[in-house]
Design a protein around this ligand. Structure first.
Ligand SMILES: Cc1cc2nc3c(=O)[nH]c(=O)nc-3n(C[C@H](O)[C@H](O)[C@H](O)COP(=O)(O)O)c2cc1C
Length: 200
């Protein structure tokens, strides 16, 4: 039985194109793996926290010395890393905000990229410690970044490819719902990407 973990980061709920595209990917995954189960983690609705002093203190204090405050602070990180470890497939929804990901998705990354837990450095080289997961990313944007003059200004795909790979998530496929602000493109943007979605 495959476990799919669906990470959403759009505040727009039912109106969100990244959530809609992620759901298309999930539907296709469920067709390929009919017994798959899906857990959705909505980072916006759960007010996923940005890193504060208490989180950092908990990361850098050995578990056996954790105070009650440390245990409360590290809960977000532990829960998200456990979700990743339990997943066979991750689906990440990424709306473009100011040419990059929404800050809540960055906050999630800051809680899951942990030295000695999801990566380690040996002999000066970083090594990702998460293995064997497939990742699909559903990007949504007003402009077009897959080709043309704005391609160089997409910081989502290069950043996510790097940081996910850094913790060992190297099998990553990106799909883009794009051009929702561009007349002549926006009208067919969603149906175009839906037609392009293929999954393993
Ligand atoms: C605060 C904000 C910043 C945005 N910045 C960009 C941007 O830099 N480039 C772009 O192409 N679209 C930008 N957009 C448009 C969104 O990427 C687009 O509406 C996308 O569909 C949002 O994803 P969602 O539908 O999943 O919420 C921005 C939208 C908002 C609200």
């Amino acid at each position: 039985m495959k476990k799919i973990v669906n990470i959403t980061s759009s505040p727009r709920g039912a109106a969100s194109s990244s959530i809609r595209l992620a759901n298309v990917i999930i539907d296709k995954l469920k067709t390929a793996h009919p017994d798959a189960v899906v857990e959705t983690i909505d980072l916006v609705k759960r007010h996923f926290p940005h890193l504060e002093e208490s989180h950092l203190a908990s990361f850098y204090t050995p578990a056996e010395k954790h105070s009650e405050q440390d245990r409360a602070a590290i809960r977000h990180s532990e829960e998200m890393i456990r979700a990743i470890r339990e997943a066979d497939i991750l689906v990440i929804g990424a709306p473009m905000y100011n040419f990059n990901i929404h800050s809540v998705l960055k906050a999630w990354i800051d809680h899951i990229v942990r030295s000695g837990v999801t990566f380690r450095v040996s002999e000066g080289r970083p090594e990702g410690l998460i293995e064997g997961k497939k990742v699909y990313v559903a990007i949504s944007s007003g402009g077009v970044y897959s080709e043309g003059p704005m391609k160089a200004y997409d910081f989502i795909e290069p950043y996510l490819r790097f940081i996910l790979g850094f913790i060992g998530l190297t099998d990553v496929t990106f799909f883009r719902a794009e051009g929702f602000s561009v007349p002549g493109i926006k009208e067919t943007a969603m149906e175009k990407v839906i037609a392009a979605v293929t999954v393993d």
